[in-house]
Ligand binder design. Sequence first.
Ligand code: ZN
Length: 268
Amino acid sequence: MPYEDIDVIAVAVAAGVAVAVAALSLFKKLLTPAATAVAAVILVAATVFTGYAGLALYAGAFLMSGILSFVGRKTRAEREAGIHKRTGTRGVVQVICNGLPALIFSAVWFSTGISSFYTAFVASLAAGFADSAASDMGILSRCTARSILTFRPVKRGLSGGVTPLGTLSAFLGAIFVAAVALPFGNGYGIVSFAVAFAAAFAGTLADSVLGASLQALYRCNECGELTEKEIHCGSPATLVRGARFMDNDLVNLISLLFAGAFAAAIAL
Ligand SMILES: [Zn+2]
């Protein structure tokens, strides 16, 4: 795809939307200032590579996850408090791990014109949104969370645990993003939609499997709770499962690359 294919007006609109979304996310404290800047750059770059599709998909997924994060916010905050490495405002690493995989696939599509990479781009973004919807909604579930690998009950909110509500949210989230791409053409039709959706859902399963196996899990030496934090109750917690470097951000990065690669492989 040569440079003449860049939709200059779409890129200008994206820059405007990026500024508006940045203002909103700073005001609502969704992202740190540095993470906001990175997110804005990713949004504009995606529009350079894919036109209005990139703008709609990134901005749509970001705004929808912003909205979902306000549903049951109080309950979620209580249940998340001791578990997650980072809560609340999202940082640079988190934004890169969630936003970069799709951007890479869109850049490959832009430079090669091979349509399966466009499907990979949509699948990766859909997987990211589906995963965050599953986490945000799953933790509100009234049901017991069970390990995706052993089916034994686990504390709600811990990575690798799945609930019916979380799984349904991932399913609907993947459909939502895969469907948003439909009106924009770029060779993406109903077959690509099915591939992107299936790969995105597979990506969220991969995320849970990694979360239940290789992701770092600690036990606090003070209160005895399982946690994804290295420090709990003010002292270092003991690693009980997984690898220390394998945190939630890295697991997300791997599963989003997997979702895209899986989609590209089917679509090829
Ligand atoms: Zn503790």
